[in-house]
Design a protein around this ligand. Structure first.
Ligand code: PMP
Length: 289
């Protein structure tokens, strides 16, 4: 399938209170968000015309914006309505929504407190992040040389665009070496997450996931923990050292984009089973569809 570049598509994008033609929404090259990373965003899914966890995503969007000093003129409820209207206007049945907030182009300097704060919402049809074949097989991962920074060095619990610099570097490196994604350790050397998703392991029928104290506590991660609790699966949120992987039988990623994606291997280690992962995938499907 030919991928149409994102600036060449048809439809409308909601920006600062109005719908505009998709191809006409542009920002200037001298933009604070672009140069200094003053930008936050969200990724939200639509399943059968219904927006999954809309309020939770909008609430995180506002939390991220506040962390970066980006104060909007809109309320959370107004943005929820604008997102719903964008999905309707774009006639999305199953797709993805990308709200983004950024500082404008009034000042080209580190300090730009009086600059405009802008918000846009785009939505497009999108079936799955990895191909159905990949999801069936499980993805391969390699450990990145880049590490998640400590919360004292960056707003690590926000969805700030700047934090994705090391994610792109890690994913590019993994793909260049034939892997599907990268595993990122944190600043202490514990397992953190993937480049755009959280990670879980299964060891002897119990679930293990890293404590989310220096990376995004994903909304999907929280849903999966709730599903596991309902299924009476033992779940442990704890610090996980890299050598723990070799004691595990299963592993999977969770995230709005990847949903629940089984992991086939990490570096030279291959996982032997997929039982609990499939159980959780089935339950997750029941919730979202
Ligand atoms: N970590 C990172 C770095 C992400 O980009 C995402 C996707 N938003 C996640 C974790 C998972 O978060 P969620 O389940 O809320 O999509």
């Amino acid at each position: 399938m030919e991928l149409i570049p994102f600036d060449q598509r048809d439809g409308s994008i909601w920006i600062n209170g109005h719908f505009r033609d998709w191809k006409e929404v542009k920002i200037h090259v001298l933009n604070h968000g672009l140069h200094y990373g003053s930008c936050v965003f969200e990724g939200i899914r639509v399943y059968n015309k219904k927006i999954f966890k809309l309020y939770e995503h909008v609430s995180r969007l506002f939390y991220s914006a506040k962390k970066l000093d980006l104060n909007l003129d809109f309320s959370e409820n107004q943005i929820c309505d604008c997102i719903s209207n964008t999905v309707k206007r774009q006639s999305i049945n199953n797709g993805y929504i990308r709200p983004v907030i950024w500082r404008g182009s009034e000042k080209m300097a580190i300090s730009a407190v009086d600059s405009s704060i802008n918000i846009a919402i785009a939505a497009w049809p999108w079936p799955s992040y990895f191909s159905p074949k990949k999801i069936l097989e499980g993805i391969s991962m390699s450990t990145s040389k880049w590490r998640r920074p400590p919360p004292e060095c960056a707003p690590t619990d926000s969805k700030a665009a700047g934090l994705y610099m090391i994610c792109s570097l890690s994913k590019h490196e993994a793909e260049k070496n034939g892997f599907d994604d990268a595993l990122m350790l944190d600043y202490r050397g514990y397992i953190a997450e993937a480049t755009g998703a959280n990670i879980f392991f299964v060891k002897d029928d119990s679930l293990f996931t890293p404590k989310a104290d220096c990376f995004l506590n994903g909304i999907t991660r929280q849903v999966v923990i709730e599903i596991a609790r309902n299924l009476k699966i033992n779940i442990n949120e704890q610090y996980i050292k890299p050598d723990f992987i070799e004691n595990c039988q299963e592993a999977f990623l969770t995230g709005t984009a990847v949903e629940i994606t089984p992991i086939k291997s990490i570096d030279n280690f291959s996982f032997s089973k997929r039982e609990i992962t499939i159980k959780l995938m089935d339950e997750f499907k029941k919730i979202v569809c």
